[in-house]
Design a protein around this ligand. Structure first.
Ligand code: MF3
Ligand code: CO
Length: 376
């Protein structure tokens, strides 16, 4: 129940727009707040202009789905930076069988990762051989799940359908999907399309020919997290998008090549930014790579841009991610949707990302999440 008073929304209320209790039932159903009228007279009198807002809230009818189907854009009044729109309602929260061990934030009401916060400020953990073996397994499972998800990418498939398959594939491996309830994130993977940089929420939007989509998989198995992502074309994509994806993969691959004992975390951005710039792209600064082990996000913090002030030196036994987010054009800024998750470019241009989980060995680096296509 809301105790906020809303004035009559009529543009020509004969009663001087008093506080009103009669809510437009269509707006209520669509999740549009504040559509109150002082009486039937004002509601009916404004119907012609008012009903336009309903159509704006609904996604456009497509040939595959010519009828209105109860889906809607939850943030009608938000000034989107591009053309991507969420398609709500989200599906209900997916359950994880009780026998599967889960991280602390999975069980808490507020999704706060308490152990991560407790250990913040501590230096990066060095894993022993037993722990490294567990990281290898978690990362192998992560790669398997990403490949399963990637095989679904084609026009007409919704990101929620991908979420369902990822969730199932994860729990089949007796693993917990790390994003689920992390700081209250509602789904089991992140799906970031076109101008979305990262942390997109799987919803009912169907992939369209020409889209690019990043699938970001993380899972928790036997006490350890893995984290990897990749960007894929949906059908035929334009040349700029192809170049963006190629450039982003190259940024990650070149950054991995400089990883070894004694290398500085701050030098990773020094490798990435010139590659991005040479290809007419910008490096996102808001999000970074991170240590990963029994905690999902922990020390070290790894910026992807040049001239950063990251502290620390790589040592054998450290596990961390590199996950550059690269935007077409020169703008690296981020703007969030009102869902407080989806990060988008501010100019609506496209963004791509690739991520691997790495282990520093005695002699160099092991890409724990490596797929068959990674020629390192
Ligand atoms: N996988 C993302 C990362 O690379 C985090 C996604 S979990 C979320 O850090 F809850 F933050 F979405
Ligand atoms: Co990550």
């Amino acid at each position: 129940m809301s105790s906020v008073t809303v004035l009559c929304q009529s543009t020509n209320c004969p009663h001087g727009n008093p506080p009103s209790k009669l809510e437009c039932p269509t707006c209520n159903k669509l999740g549009i707040r504040g559509s109150f009228f002082c009486g039937q007279e004002c509601f009916k009198g404004n119907w012609k202009t008012h009903k336009i807002i309903h159509d704006l809230a609904r996604p456009p009818a497509t040939t595959a789905n010519p009828l209105q189907d109860g889906t809607f854009n939850p943030f009608v009044n938000y000034d989107y930076t591009g053309t991507l729109r969420p398609v709500y309602p989200l599906t209900p929260k997916r359950e994880v069988p009780a026998h599967i061990p889960r991280p602390d934030y999975a069980i808490s009401e507020d999704g706060v990762p308490t152990a991560e916060i407790k250990r913040s400020g501590q230096p990066p953990r060095l894993l022993d051989t037993g722990e490294i073996e567990k990281m290898r397994t978690a990362c192998r499972f992560g790669r398997e799940v990403l490949d399963i998800a990637a095989a679904m990418v084609r026009p007409g498939v919704s990101t929620d359908e991908i979420d369902a398959v990822v969730h199932q594939a994860t729990i089949e491996r007796n693993a917990y999907p790390s994003p689920l309830n992390y700081r209250n994130f509602p789904k089991s993977l992140c799906t970031s399309i076109n101008e979305s940089i990262c942390h997109g929420i799987p919803d009912r939007r169907k992939l369209q020919e020409g889209d690019i989509i990043n699938l970001d998989i993380s899972l928790y198995y036997d006490g350890f997290h893995s984290d990897l992502n990749a960007t894929y074309p949906v059908g035929e994509i334009d040349e700029d998008s192809k170049k963006l994806i190629r450039t982003t993969r190259q940024c990650l691959d070149e950054a991995i090549k400089v990883c070894k004992p004694g290398a500085l975390f701050r030098d990773i951005g020094k490798v990435i930014e010139p590659i991005a710039r040479a290809n007419g792209c910008a490096v996102v600064r808001t999000y970074t790579g991170h240590g990963i082990n029994d905690l999902f996000h922990t020390a070290p913090n790894i910026p992807h841009y040049a001239k950063n002030k990251a502290v620390g030196t790589m040592k054998p036994g450290m596990c961390f991610t590199i996950e550059p987010m690269i935007n077409l054009g020169s703008n690296w800024d981020v703007q969030h949707w009102p869902d407080n998750w989806t990060a988008t470019t501010v100019d609506g241009k496209r963004s791509a990302q690739f991520e691997e989980t790495l282990l520093i060995t005695e002699t160099g680096v092991e890409v724990l999440t490596a797929g068959k296509s990674t020629d390192l």
